[in-house]
Ligand binder design. Structure first.
Ligand code: ENO
Ligand code: FE2
Length: 458
């Protein structure tokens, strides 16, 4: 009976990328998104860097090939000794836990993925061994068995399991016996020259945490994914909107959009049988959104992701900010490119009124491409117990970046919630249209470039 239990997750620890050019992504995250580069692991085979803004932590993994044969034919590396000293972990057996010696990537799997990708979501758990055992008994693929890593600040145990979604894996980490800044094997990076969190007053770029992670999946895969996350990690369904059908998900159609969204979430300390009292539900955790396109569609952003990413995976991550105007402004000034909603979005009478009622300036939102949706009081069942004393409308503000890599795949979103815990249909439609317009523009550019090449050849 106990062996069939789900693994209980404490909190999301980090999201990891595997990319060809780690410097490019790291520099963008530091300079444009104002993340703070705070820890690094460097070996002859891999570079792993950790960046944070608030509780949102990204790890950028890049495979290196710094090993070479010296004149005597011996394998050597371009790294200096100091780097090796910092790795400081040993190899021995203890209570059936395997102590790895120099894996290529720590806290991750050695992915040889064809394109740049965000593909690992790491969770903190209390009991890595027990959780891994339970997951294996449920049929989950264990990619890295429970492994202990230590340095002078203590030790952590981790395992990596394969998700049912494309190339996504989940690392489970117990860091209760660790006192360092990030994880053993990483060394702290001096913050000089890096970003400090707040810039000038009114110009801050503070992200507090990951709001949601959105998966792009093939048509009709959603039920299987929901079932898997429920069985493996005890995830619960989260209704995104009042208009959502529990069986069908949140289906948005018409006006060249055909999208099915379904969301789920886990609760902190989601021990099976131990449900949080409803007043605690305010402490909601990162949600997981599953997006699939509907049949009979023209080329669309979900299918384009699947094609260019070579399969399902993480399409975007929502970064929560308490002040989207300031965060979007700071990012834009630093060079972040956001997709633009159709100009008519901000001049439409109903939307203008909604924006003004929310205390915002339509022109300002328009300049930054920020979308605003109003949520009627008590619109989603999950928020019924909150804010009963206020009678104000709840709002959701979002802005979406252009893809971060050369492929039309992964992008980031900045989101501010003013009481609204769901997802607004107006915003989703506007986002869909913005991305479609961007893709169309890219296609035309590409066609123009190809014509140029042909002309030059002639
Ligand atoms: O609205 C959001 O933030 C979502 O995450 C929903 C969503 C998912 C996938 C899309 O291609 C467009 C919108
Ligand atoms: Fe989103």
């Amino acid at each position: 009976m106990t062996l069939k239990m789900a693994a209980s997750l404490r909190r999301l620890h980090h999201i990891a990328f595997h990319v060809r050019n780690g410097d490019k992504l790291t520099n963008d995250l530091v300079n444009k998104y104002k993340f703070n580069l705070f820890a690094e692991r460097l070996t002859s085979k891999a570079r792993q860097v950790a960046l944070k803004n608030g509780l949102a932590v990204f790890v950028v993994n890049e495979r290196l090939n710094l090993a070479f044969l010296d004149k005597k034919g011996q394998v050597n590396t371009l790294l200096n000794e100091q780097v090796h000293d910092h790795r400081g972990f040993e190899t021995f057996d203890y209570k059936n836990i395997r102590f790895e010696h120099e894996p290529e990537f720590l806290y991750d799997v050695c992915q040889s993925y064809a394109v740049n990708t965000a593909c690992n979501v790491s969770f903190e758990v209390n009991d890595v061994e027990g959780s891994s055992k339970r997951l294996r008994n449920q049929g989950c693929d264990i990619l890295v068995p429970p492994t202990k890593v230590q340095d002078r600040c203590g030790y952590v145990t981790y395992s990596v399991v394969k998700s049912i979604v494309g190339n996504v894996s989940h690392t489970l980490i117990d860091r209760t016996n660790y006192d360092g800044d990030f994880l053993p094997g990483f060394c702290k990076i001096n913050n000089a020259g890096n970003n400090v969190r707040s810039v000038a007053v009114g110009n801050s770029c503070d992200i507090s945490h990951f709001d949601h992670i959105t998966y792009a999946c093939p048509q009709q895969c959603t039920p299987e994914i929901l079932e898997w996350y429920e069985r493996m990690f005890g995830f619960e369904r989260f209704l995104m909107s009042r208009d959502e059908d529990v069986d069908e998900g949140y289906v948005i159609t018409g006006d060249s959009i055909g999208l099915r969204l379904t969301a789920m979430q886990f609760w902190k300390c989601s021990e099976v049988g131990l449900k949080l009292p409803s007043h605690n539900k305010k402490q909601q955790n990162c949600k997981f959104v599953v997006a699939e396109s509907l049949p009979q569609q023209e080329r669309n952003q979900v299918d384009t992701f699947l094609e260019q990413h070579h399969g399902p995976g993480i399409q975007h991550v929502g970064l929560y900010t308490p002040d989207i105007i300031s965060t979007a402004r700071t990012m834009e000034e630093a060079g972040v490119e956001f997709v633009s909603p159709p100009p008519a979005y901000y001049t439409e009478v109903g939307k203008q009124k909604e924006i003004l009622e929310a205390g915002h300036d339509p022109q300002l939102l328009s300049q930054q491409g920020i979308l605003l949706d109003a949520e009627v009081e008590n619109e989603t069942p999950q928020v019924r117990s909150q804010d009963q004393t206020t009678n104000k409308k709840k709002h959701l503000l979002q802005v979406f970046t252009k893809p971060l890599f050369s492929e039309d795949t992964f992008f980031l979103e900045v989101i501010e919630r003013r009481g609204a815990s769901g997802f607004g249909e107006g915003n989703i439609r506007a986002l869909w249209r913005s991305v479609q317009a961007y893709m169309e523009c890219q296609k035309q550019k590409q066609a123009a470039d190809e014509t140029k090449v042909v002309k030059m050849q002639v």
